[in-house]
Structures are given as C-alpha cells and as structure tokens.
Ligand binder design. Structure first.
Ligand code: FMN
Length: 298
C-alpha cells in the first residue's frame, strides 16, 4: 500500500504546519513552507488521516484514503451534562415489544459503529446481523442443544477434568461458577414453554468477529459493539451484550459456515437489539472498582 502524502495543490497549502503538528509519527515536514512527506518516514504513516482532517484549506490527500472517506464535521450540539444523561438511560434490555428492528435503523447503527477506533486502520471487525425470526429460532435451538452438552459434561468428574484441561483454570472457573448454572436454568425454561433466556426473544442479533491475525482485534471488536450499543440507544432501541453466544458460534463449524465466519476469525461478542417493552424511570449510580491518581506506592 502506498501511503504517500500528496500535496493536492501547492497553491492551496497555506503553510500553517497543522498537518506536521498533528501527525503522530512525524511523517510530514515543511519544505519551503509547503507540507511534504519526509522521505525516510513515509512508511511510518499509519493512515490515520488526521493531516487531511485538520487542514483548513483541503490541501492534502492520502493515496491510501480516497477523498470520499472524508466528511465535513459539525460541532456536537451537546455537552457533558446531556451526554452523561444519555448514558444514564442505558440499561441492558431483556424484554422487547413484538416489533422488528427496521433495516434502516440497523444501517444507522452500523454506520455509527464504524466510527469506533481501532488498533490500526482499517477496521477488521465484521458483523453478522440476524433478524429473521426463523433464523433466530434456529440459533436458539442450537444454543440450547450446545449448552445441554456442557451441562452433561459438567455433571461428572471425568467430564469436568477434561473441560478444565481443555479450557484452563480461568475459563473453567467461569463455566463452573456462572455459565453452567445460567444454562441449566435457561434450558429448563426453554423445555418448559420455549422461554428464551439466551436472546430474550429479541428481534435482532449482531455477532462481531475479526481476524485473529490483526492488531488489537479483540479490543476493536468490543469497541465496535459498544458503539453499536450506544447508537441503538440513540434510536430508542434497547440492547444487551450476550456473552453466552460467542463461544458457541466460535466452536461450531456448522454455525461458522452458516454465517460466513472465516476460519481465521474469532467470534468476539454479540448484541441483541429490539424495541424496549418498558421505559426505565430510574438510573443507577455506579462507581468504578477503583481510581488512583499518580500512584507511586502505598
Ligand atoms: C461482556 C458482557 C457479557 C454479558 N453477557 C450477558 C449474557 O449473556 N446475558 C445477559 O442477560 N446479560 C449479559 N450481559 C449484560 C450484563 O448482565 C449487564 O450489562 C449488567 O448486568 C449491568 O446492567 P446494565 O447493562 O443494565 O447496566 C453481559 C454484559 C457484558 C459486558
């Protein structure tokens, strides 16, 4: 990939040096008061596009980023108070109206999700959107059957030892302390009257996956999911991140083939979406587990 910086028009470059200032890797310099790529730094460009984004005269373009990739920004019309208030309205929604999520809304959510940062551009996160009722039913049945297998293996010491060996102490502890119990109750409820305690009858599901060979692919996928969650909230939709789905899709050849997930991709997270049945009238005050400034020693 040629990352070379180009001066669109040396007449247009006003020589203010903003691009030089903003470049995180010192790849640009001023030559005769005109911006230019430093010969020995051309390869250090990470194609973040910040040089183009700050230029007030639109004098720059990057070969690796076509002009259409850039869009004019408006100043946000809200400040911290409104933003915090918006965040406080978010809860994990597990009860939905019997109403589909419009594809138009899905498109908006994906558009906003793509604004998430990534370890190194471009995005390597991919999303599978499932919004057909029959497909969601199929997946639910698959989840129930998969977790039946886990519950069965956990019910005997040999099965438990095998799982511990295969997964390691950390995941084994999570399975033992949380997942098996949740799945046992979920499967009991499903068998009783088809109650769905995996996806909560949501009309749409997004599954996020990415190539395991790309920089920070796990963090990137979670950030994309998180952006999607907030975008959905802005559209009046409710969401919940579902941790019970990714390991099942990850391990199943059948589901991978069904959803076109490449062998090299890891399934990272999933998000259910729908129109919330109820509006929350109370927010919850939460604090982080700890905050330390400039800790040297205790
Ligand atoms: C990584 C992760 C996995 C989660 N997995 C599930 C899940 O499988 N099922 C579920 O009902 N909720 C799941 N949740 C939602 C949490 O239970 C929820 O965020 C938490 O209870 C806090 O509540 P709130 O989101 O309403 O503030 C998950 C959340 C995260 C961040």
């Amino acid at each position: 990939m040629d990352k070379q910086l180009h001066i669109v028009d040396s007449e247009t470059c006003n020589g203010d040096g903003l691009c030089v200032d903003v470049c995180p890797n010192g790849a640009i310099e001023m030559v005769d008061e005109i911006a230019a790529t430093m010969d020995d730094r051309a390869e250090s460009c990470i194609v973040c596009g910040q040089c183009v984004a700050v230029c007030p005269t639109e004098a720059l373009c990057l070969q690796a980023m076509p002009e259409e990739d850039f869009e004019r920004l408006k100043r946000p019309s809200f400040g911290f108070e409104q933003f915090h208030e918006f965040l406080r309205t978010r809860r994990s929604v597990r009860l939905f109206k019997d109403k589909e999520v419009a594809r138009e809304d899905i498109d908006k959510i994906l558009l906003a999700a793509a604004t998430a940062p990534m370890g190194f551009p471009p995005h390597t996160t991919e999303v599978v959107v499932i919004d057909e009722p029959d497909e969601l039913k199929f997946l639910l049945e698959f989840l129930v059957n998969h977790y039946d297998g886990l519950i069965k293996s956990f019910s005997n010491p040999i099965g438990r030892a095998f799982i511990r060996l295969a997964t390691g102490a950390e995941i084994y502890g999570e399975l033992r302390d949380h997942v098996v119990e949740v799945a046992t109750n979920a499967n009991e409820d499903y068998r009783r009257d088809k109650t769905d305690r995996y996806m909560y009858g949501a009309p749409a599901l997004m599954v996020f996956h990415a190539s395991r060979w790309t920089t920070s692919y796990e963090e990137n996928g979670h950030l994309v999911c998180h952006h999607a969650m907030l975008a959905a909230l802005s559209l009046g939709l409710g969401t919940t991140i579902i941790g019970m789905i990714p390991p099942v899709v990850e391990r199943s050849k059948e589901l991978r083939a069904r959803y076109g997930i490449p062998k090299d991709n890891r399934v990272l997270t999933s998000l259910i979406l729908g129109h919330p049945k109820y509006r929350y009238r109370q927010g919850i005050r939460r604090d982080l587990a700890g905050v330390q400034f400039n800790c040297v020693e205790h």
